[in-house]
Design a protein around this ligand. Structure first.
Ligand code: ADP
Length: 574
């Protein structure tokens, strides 16, 4: 329990002092909670002793009113301090998270973490921010109030004090079991919620493919299964948790009855006065109320632990180090623009690339070919530092890409992927994003070169047409050409091309090929090729298989060698 509180306080970072200050007010409120009870007890004893007079009555009334007013003030201050802190902490945390996500390697986003990020942002943070921060102060007040109550019982009678301490211990035993159980199940429950989010996102994103392949039944079956799993886990949580929460009520009932019984016995034996007996009967149901409320609130905090774990897990993902402060040299006297020097890399422990070495001269075209899964895309993505390599060096313009700033490296590289993402914005802005300082003429020129101009002009508002989410209102080939227009506008000296025309019709393919030719003019090219006829004229062909370069040379020399490449060419020709 203290662990969760400590973690929450630690989480508040620079606002820690505010939270701690709020504890002081909760502590005061905890003390003041018992003031009305104590005063009532005194009032009753004065009445029963026949010593109550108007003056005493007035004093008791005034002290009670003062105590209640002070209690309200303390509660208000501690609530304001905590709730406001919750919102401030999470405003900061979201900003930090955004900054952190920006610096994560691309791999993080493709490894099933999107659901986790969504759950952290939409569920975990909102839950802690809205539900937990305000609970902290209450917990402190309840603990103090229960402590005072037990001390009061000891003051009345040692035996009553011991009994109430035993009942509190029983509460702690059952309550802690309940928290453990709830904690265990809440982790599974949250995991189910997370995988449900993932499935919903996947379903929504792939709805086009799902419909076109008539997979609606199958995929919605998966989605339904996830809904069911999430529902089942929520029910399991309740089933595991409820017996213990009922158990707490039982302890409360039995404890209260025992206190009443013991008071009766003690009174009958003349061991406590009638004043104490009446006082006891009147306030019987308040004796264990604080600890019962305490565990009621604590159950909420166990979910917090799972939420905090997940938030911390996202923050723990290792960022790409962007320590290079110097900008990448734009030019180099050497004619080698890119060099892979003994590069080894693995997404996990196992190596996907082993000792890969090659050079690319300025203004030349290098094609990566080979069987699927051989490592072509991996080689290309390492150039843009989507991941960091394990061993070796990658040099651009003679400089290790780790030693230069990420920004300046990306300025040198344009990438054309098979999968294009267009923002929900105008066509113009989707192109201009590559170079925000570009003039309108330059943007239009890039669109013309990318063979986009005609179809853009046929859109309802030309360049000002807003493209639907994910570019839904354009064809695959049109989206591809807009992405090429972006790269043309960026005019980076190095172009990485993932054979982009794989999934479009013949007309689009021709237009895309023309657009690519424009993009690649005078550039250094690294092409991931699937169809060998497109790379016949490449200056260098690297055959990648099993994470190694097994053959290299130009088309002619590789054909003469009659090895893997020649075999692939003959397969594709047939
Ligand atoms: P190619 O482009 O030649 O088809 P890849 O570079 O995509 O090959 O893949 C090389 C190997 O790395 C394959 O075994 C593939 O499963 C693995 N791989 C690719 N991307 C990832 C990733 N993000 N996480 C883990 N393994 C990956």
């Amino acid at each position: 329990m203290f662990k969760i509180l400590r973690r929450l306080v630690e989480f508040t970072g620079k606002y820690k002092t505010r939270i701690r200050t709020s504890y002081i007010f909760s502590f005061l409120k905890g003390i003041l909670l018992n003031v009305p009870l104590i005063l009532c007890f005194y009032a009753i004893s004065f009445f029963m002793e026949g010593t109550m007079d108007a003056k005493k009555c007035l004093y008791i009334g005034l002290i009670m009113a003062g105590g209640l007013a002070l209690q309200a003030v303390c509660e208000h201050i501690s609530n304001v301090l905590q709730s406001a802190t919750g919102y401030m902490v999470f405003a900061d945390t979201r900003m930090r998270l955004g900054d952190h996500l920006r610096k994560l390697p691309m791999g993080y986003f493709t490894e099933g973490n999107i659901g986790k990020i969504s759950a952290v942002l939409s569920t975990d943070m909102v839950f802690i921010e809205e539900c937990c921060m305000g609970v902290l102060s209450e917990l402190v007040s309840f603990m103090i109030a229960q402590g005072i109550m037990v001390v009061m019982m000891f003051v009345m009678d040692v035996r009553l004090g011991i009994l109430s301490a035993v009942v509190v211990a029983a509460f702690v035993a059952v309550g802690n079991l309940m928290l453990k159980m709830s904690q265990k199940h809440s982790v599974v429950k949250q995991e189910a919620a997370e995988s449900l989010t993932e499935e919903v996102l996947d379903f929504a994103e792939g709805i086009g493919i799902i419909k076109s392949f008539n997979l609606l039944g199958e995929r919605s079956g998966k989605l339904t299964a996830e809904f069911k799993r999430s529902c089942d886990e929520s029910i399991n949580y309740e089933v595991a948790y409820t017996p213990f929460s009922r158990g707490l009520y039982l302890v409360y009932g039995i404890g209260t009855s025992l206190v009443l019984a013991l008071s009766g016995i003690l009174y009958s034996k003349g061991l406590i006065s009638d004043v104490y007996l009446v006082g006891m009967v009147l306030f019987l149901f308040n004796i264990f109320l604080p600890i019962r409320s305490y565990y009621g609130q604590m159950a909420r905090l166990t979910v917090t632990e799972a939420s905090l774990d997940r938030i911390e897990e996202v923050f723990a993902a290792e960022e790409l180090k962007d320590e290079g402060v110097k900008a990448l040299a734009q030019n180099t006297s050497s004619d080698t623009q890119i060099e892979y020097d003994n590069v080894s890399f693995g997404y996990t422990e196992a190596d996907v690339l082993k000792n890969v070495s090659f050079e690319i001269k300025k203004g030349t075209m290098t094609a990566l070919v080979g069987p699927s899964g051989g490592g072509k895309s991996t080689i290309a993505s390492l150039l843009a530092r989507f991941w960091d390599i394990k061993e070796g060096r990658i040099l651009v313009n003679g400089e290790n890409i780790k030693d230069v700033s990420l920004g300046s490296l990306m300025d040198q590289i344009s990438m054309v992927f098979q999968r294009v993402y267009l923002f929900q914005d105008t066509v113009y802005n989707n192109i201009a994003i590559a170079r925000p300082d570009a003039t309108k003429e330059e943007v239009i020129e890039a669109a013309k070169k990318a063979r986009c101009y005609e179809f853009i002009m046929q859109l309802p508002e030309g360049f000002d047409t807003v493209i639907g989410e994910g570019g839904a209102s354009l064809s695959g080939g049109e989206k591809q050409r807009i992405s090429i227009a972006r790269c043309i506008l960026k005019d980076a000296p190095i172009v990485i091309l993932d054979e982009a025309t794989a999934s479009v019709d013949a007309d689009n393919e021709r237009a895309i090929q023309e657009a690519i030719s424009e993009l690649c003019r005078d550039k250094t090219l690294l092409v991931i090729a699937h169809r060998l006829k497109t790379i016949k004229d490449a200056d260098q062909i690297l055959v990648v298989s099993g994470g190694q370069i097994i053959e290299r040379g130009d088309h002619k020399s590789l054909m003469e060698k009659n090895g893997t490449y020649a075999h692939m060419v003959s397969l594709q020709a047939s």
